[in-house]
Design a protein around this ligand. Structure first.
Ligand code: PLP
Length: 396
């Protein structure tokens, strides 16, 4: 065993623990619903991305089981060899309808989508303007593309306009892209897409929206781009199938040419085995459900508004969220972790999120209410928040 590696690992782990940055991972026994079992304790779960409660939906479970019976448990190969199944094609047709685009292509994860599409389209002769609070998978996808990365201040349209002008007028780049989360996952604010599209038109920017937290949540379920009616204006829409959709995977939606090109150029499509048939069918059912009814979406927003109002009234700093994502911003990392630990002891599972997921000094407990929570669960959570908040002097 390498001595250098062992020293590197132990000193870094110790350093993280000393600074309150080491994340203890809990094991959930059984299903990931609004109440979960951790170490035999039933906890109100405010930590999942299971926005609509679909992760445990009976219809989806049946669709997955039936498809396992008819198609088996694995896709067998990468898509280009013989891993493209009839259920993949069916799903992609549903996704294109859902997003209002010509076509869509599914990937094994949302993370993979950003590896696939950013690197597939951008190259070292290009530049990518990227919001400074973009998700890690966007950052990694940008790095992988070898394009010049230009950070843009968070949702700052003057900064975007200035940097778009500089990049395009420099004549140094063949293509320039602006990439942004549709809904910012740690704060719950929404990208200013109408202004972004206007700036993109002025400077011929390629627009790319990662709607991992917008799909199922914004636009009556169809996402942030549809919320603003910009399906024909945004070039590349990415979404996950692991959050509101409740299963796993991701997709890119756009023109037929974009999708055709990614199928020959995107490395996770070419070199990683495709989504399992059971998951694919369950996803298809979930998307069809969202297209048929806004009931779950409406319940999610009702619960989100209720929790937000309750936490704000108690005196918590919930930032500028415009969606059900409700951070309680504590600041100091160690206090944030202590706060989350006490919540858990009292019966609420709301994980602390600290650097490097969010900037240093902005540690938070992020609450993710879902359509599956009852008012009683949310009231109980609020009582616990009040008790722990006062105990740790986070609220007065
Ligand atoms: C904005 C954003 N993009 C991409 C991803 C990755 O999605 P997945 O978990 O499906 O790989 C996430 C997940 O947290 C996300 O929040």
């Amino acid at each position: 065993m390498s001595k250098i590696l062992n020293e590197f690992l132990s000193s870094n782990l110790q350093d993280l623990k000393d600074n309150g940055l080491y994340n203890e991972i809990n094991v959930v026994r059984g299903a990931n619903g609004p109440v979960i079992d951790i170490d035999g304790e039933a906890l109100i779960n405010l930590s999942s991305n299971n926005y609509l409660g679909l992760a445990t939906d009976e219809l989806l479970k049946k669709a997955a089981k039936d498809t396992i019976d008819s198609h088996g448990v694995g896709a067998g190969a990468v898509r280009t060899i013989n891993g493209t199944l009839d259920v993949h094609v069916e799903l992609e047709e549903t996704l294109a309808k859902f997003k209002g685009t010509e076509a869509a292509v599914a990937f094994q994860s949302g993370f993979n989508c950003n590896m696939a599409a950013i690197q597939g389209v951008m190259d070292k002769e290009d530049a990518i303007l990227s919001d400074e609070l973009n998700h890690a998978s966007i950052i990694d996808g940008c790095r992988l593309s070898r394009a010049k990365i230009i950070r843009v201040n968070h949702s700052d349209m003057d900064d975007l306009r200035k940097k778009a002008r500089e990049a395009t007028e420099s004549g140094q780049f063949k293509k320039v892209m602006y990439i942004t989360d549709g809904v910012f996952s740690m704060d719950g604010d929404v990208a200013k897409l109408p202004e972004i599209v206007e700036i993109a038109k002025a400077f011929d920017l390629i627009t790319y929206v990662d709607d991992a937290h917008g799909s199922g949540v914004m636009g009556k379920g169809a996402g942030t781009v549809k919320h603003f009616g910009l399906e024909k204006e945004v070039d590349i829409q990415m979404g996950t199938l692991s959050k509101a959709i409740g299963v796993v995977g991701g997709y890119i939606a756009g023109t037929q040419d974009l999708v055709d090109y990614l199928k020959v150029a995107a490395r996770p499509f070419l070199f990683s085995t495709s989504l399992t048939p059971g998951d694919t069918k369950a996803i298809n059912e979930a998307v069809k459900m969202l297209m048929a009814s806004t009931e779950l979406h409406d319940r999610l927003w009702e619960n989100g508004d209720y929790l937000k109002k309750g936490l704000e009234t108690l005196g918590f700093n919930i930032g500028n969220s415009e969606t059900p994502i409700t951070p309680c911003i504590i600041g100091d990392e160690k206090t944030t972790q202590a706060f989350s630990k006490r919540l858990m002891e009292e019966g609420v599972y709301a994980k602390s999120i600290v650097f490097p997921t969010v900037p240093r000094g902005t540690g938070r407990v992020r609450n993710m209410p879902t359509a599956a929570h009852t008012k009683e669960m949310l009231d109980e959570a609020l009582e616990i928040y009040e008790k722990v908040g006062k105990e740790l002097n986070v609220i007065s």
